[in-house]
Design a protein around this ligand. Structure first.
Ligand code: FE2
Length: 186
C-alpha cells in the first residue's frame, strides 16, 4: 500500500479541526460527508491492505495537540470488532466503500469485579457515504463488514485513543472488560 503523503492527510485534518466546535460528533460527521463528496477520502493511501487476520487500521492524522486522531480502516467480508468502548472519547465515522453494520449497546447494570450487563440499543446498516458516531456514556458497540466485498471506513476519535476495552461475555450474561492496546498497520 502506498505511503500516506502529507498533502493527502493535511486537508482532512484541517476540515476535522475546523469542525471541533459545538457538538463534535455532528460537526465532524458533516465534515466527513463534505470530504467524501469532494473526493478527499477516495485515496487508497488512507487505508492499509486487507488482512486475513483482522480488519486493519491506518493512522491518517494525529493532531499535534491530541484533540483528535483520524484512522482509516479496511474490513474483509465477515470481519468485525468485538463489543468495545472508546475509552471515553467521542467518535464520528463514515463508510467510504462497502456495507457495514453497527450494533449499539447500553449499560444496564454494573456488577462486582467491573463486569457489566448490556442491552441492545440499536442495530443499523451503513452504506457508502453514511455517517455515524457515538457519544459517551452510550459508547459501546460492535462494528463490522455486513457485505460481500471489502469495506472501508474513516473514523475520527476525540483524542489519541491508544487503549480501549473489548468485552467478553460470561455464561451468566455479564461482560468482562479486557484492556486492549490499539495499534496501526502500514
Ligand atoms: Fe468503535
Amino acid at each position: 500500500m502506498s505511503r500516506l503523503a502529507p498533502e493527502t492527510a493535511a486537508p482532512i485534518a484541517r476540515a476535522v479541526e475546523s469542525a471541533l466546535t459545538g457538538d463534535p460528533v455532528a460537526g465532524v460527521g458533516r465534515a466527513l460527508e463534505l470530504l467524501e463528496a469532494a473526493g478527499w477520502l477516495d485515496d487508497e493511501a488512507l487505508f492499509a491492505a486487507p488482512s486475513e487476520r483482522a480488519y486493519t487500521r491506518k493512522l491518517i492524522w494525529l493532531d499535534p495537540r491530541e484533540r483528535f486522531v483520524v484512522v482509516g480502516m479496511t474490513w474483509s467480508p465477515g470481519q468485525s470488532t468485538p463489543l468495545h468502548d472508546h475509552a471515553g472519547f467521542w467518535v464520528a465515522d463514515i463508510v467510504t466503500s462497502g456495507t457495514m453494520f453497527e450494533t449499539l449497546y447500553r449499560v444496564t447494570e454494573r456488577a462486582a469485579g467491573g463486569r457489566v450487563r448490556f442491552e441492545r440499543e440499536l442495530h443499523r446498516i451503513a452504506k457508502a457515504k453514511d455517517i455515524g458516531g457515538v457519544r459517551p456514556p452510550l459508547e459501546h458497540h460492535e462494528f463490522g463488514n455486513a457485505g460481500e466485498g471489502v469495506a472501508r471506513t474513516v473514523h475520527v476519535y476525540g483524542g489519541n485513543m491508544v487503549r480501549a476495552n473489548a468485552y467478553e461475555r460470561g455464561a451468566d450474561g455479564l461482560w468482562s472488560a479486557l484492556d486492549t492496546a490499539l495499534t496501526y498497520d502500514d
